[in-house]
Design a protein around this ligand. Structure first.
Ligand SMILES: Cc1cc2nc3c(=O)[nH]c(=O)nc-3n(C[C@H](O)[C@H](O)[C@H](O)COP(=O)(O)OP(=O)(O)OC[C@H]3O[C@@H](n4cnc5c(N)ncnc54)[C@H](O)[C@@H]3O)c2cc1C
Length: 499
């Protein structure tokens, strides 16, 4: 195992930079056990990190930091120990430190695929699960929804395999020496989404499916039309000529917060793009050429120069912001992109996205009007800030959908949700002020902040968490079991009253 001292670690947006006492790069389960024991003996805090794609301070500690990138093996979960009732399920066990991109590639070689994923693939598996990373689809759960078994190393270096009460592993066949099998819903649904606070996750068994294809359409509309279809529900059911009546698997959309004149009608409108994913079969391949999204968005999304050009224009000519946003939305239009599921679920623009950050709040889908009011309040605020302070949004607003989860601290616990996203490019003028305002607007409309995104509005709002998460008490009891002395605590947990 590599151990570094006098080294730095920072999250992708470089907002949180730490010089930990030690940065460990374990290779085995025993390495993790020894790290935790050493931390305890020296009364130091210890925390695992993923790739630092969280914008909040969720992953930060100044003491012992553990990066599991060397723990990245993927195998079918041992069928011999799986209960008869789960034999049909496709189960793989993966090292916690694997990046989603590498996991996708590995699964592909096994003829398998993730059921869902977030919009990019640079994060690590345990990282995405620990903050509830989501993709889109009101009938599809976020990443933690596919976890069936977790190997967790907690205080004293004790190793647990944690599963649901009716877990996949047959206790009579369980044969992992030195590991205690716990099959208990309360413990599983607490630990599965616990941002590193209950110990270090070594591996996860996730349910996957056979390799599959998706077809994506990205079509233009405007906010007035979109809102109408959202309110009457057709946004979720509408197909196109190719879908032959089939309902899309998932929908998401992007909205220009600024109204601009439509060139054909002359009417001001908020330009929008609606993305839909449909089931598809394997396309016929062009000779040696892999299918890509439309060429303009491919170029715009993959070359750093477009990012630096955009930053320059935003800062030198901020009044162009509404036009730049509309231009970037137009570049996304695409009648058809068919590919393997993980290439379609990957929403591209990784270079730009890793140089942006956002506040993202969840809204109960059964109260769609409060989300619509939040969107319209953000639009009104964008207009006021433009006129009064010459501050601008630098990206479109986004909305995605997620099916309810049983994980106690998932923002979608017990409710289907829509996530509302307000991204800003780093280094554009006024970003912090605008993000504060967006957080306040969404919070005032009962939005619940994503754990891994900007969520400073939660500071000092312990009452909010207790009112929002009905199982917080049970979660805290589980925390006490695995982390009785605060070994895995950090400032994020303290400021949220989670210790
Ligand atoms: C460009 C970009 C795009 C994004 N897109 C989406 C999106 O589409 N949907 C979405 O929901 N979110 C999205 N996010 C947010 C991001 O997916 C989450 O914040 C995610 O947690 C980051 O994963 P990570 O591997 O970087 O983990 P980190 O940010 O490094 O850590 C996240 C948490 O996981 C814990 N952790 C990591 N590894 C372990 C382990 N082995 N054991 C125990 N705890 C561990 C850490 O302690 C920390 O609390 C995006 C972020 C960026 C920068």
């Amino acid at each position: 195992m590599e151990v570094r001292t006098r080294t730095h670690w920072q999250n992708t947006i470089k907002k949180y930079k730490v010089t930990p006492v030690k940065l460990f790069e374990p290779e085995t389960l025993d390495d993790i056990v020894s790290i935790i024991r050493e931390a305890e003996s020296r009364k130091l805090k210890v925390r695992a990190v993923g790739t630092g794609h969280s914008f909040s301070d969720v992953a930060i500690t100044h003491e012992y930091l553990v990066d599991l990138f060397r723990i990245d093996k993927v195998n079918r979960y041992d069928e011999r120990v799986v209960k008869e009732t789960f034999k049909e399920m496709k189960l793989v066990e993966s090292g916690a430190g694997i990046r989603i991109r590498d996991l996708n590639r590995k699964l592909d070689t096994m003829g398998l695929a993730l059921i869902n994923m977030g919009g990019i693939d640079h994060q690590k598996l345990a990282g995405v699960i620990s903050t509830g990373t989501h993709g889109t689809g009101k009938d599809i759960e976020a990443m933690q929804g596919f976890v069936q078994s977790i190997v967790l190393v907690a205080v004293g270096g004790a190793v647990y395999r944690i599963e649901k009460t009716n877990g996949i592993t047959d206790p009579t066949k369980f044969n992992e020496a030195g590991t205690q099998l716990i099959q208990d819903d309360a413990i599983f649904y607490s630990a599965v989404l616990s941002f590193g606070s209950m110990g270090i996750i070594y591996s996860l068994v996730i349910e996957v499916r056979e390799l599959y294809y998706l077809r994506e359409t990205k079509l233009a509309t405007n906010w007035k039309e979109l809102k109408k279809k959202w309110l009457d529900g057709t946004i979720f059911t509408e197909g196109d000529t190719e879908s032959a009546g089939e309902v899309p698997r998932s929908v998401s959309f992007l909205i220009n917060p600024y109204a601009l004149k439509n060139r054909k009608t002359g009417e001001p409108e908020h330009y929008c793009i609606v993305s839909r994913h449909y089931k598809a079969s394997k396309p016929r391949k062009w000779f040696l050429i892999e299918e890509t999204r439309n060429l303009i968005s491919y170029i715009f999304g993959n070359f750093p120069v477009t990012y630096y050009y955009t930053i320059l224009v935003f800062n030198l000519l901020p009044r162009r912001a509404p036009y730049l946003i509309r231009g970037s939305l137009k570049s996304l239009r695409d009648k058809k992109f068919v590919h393997k599921s993980y290439k379609v679920l990957f929403q591209a623009f990784q270079f730009i996205k890793e140089r942006a950050y956002d506040a993202e709040f969840a809204f109960d889908l059964s109260h769609t009007p409060s989300l619509i009011t939040a969107i319209e309040n953000i639009i009104t605020n964008a207009k006021e800030m433009k006129e009064n302070a010459r501050l601008y949004h630098s990206s479109p607003l986004g909305a995605r959908f997620v099916k309810r989860s049983k994980a106690y601290l998932a923002v979608e616990y017990g409710r289907d949700i829509a996530y509302m996203d307000t991204p800003f490019l780093l280094r554009t003028r006024g970003t912090e002020t605008m993000l504060e305002l967006c957080q306040q607007i969404m919070f005032d409309k009962d939005g619940i902040p994503h754990w891994g995104k900007v969520n400073s509005i939660l500071d000092g709002k312990e009452g909010f968490l207790a009112a929002t998460y009905p199982k917080l008490g049970t979660w805290k009891m589980t925390l006490k079991k695995f982390n009785p002395n605060g070994t895995f605590n950090n400032h994020f947990m303290e400021r949220n009253g989670l210790t």
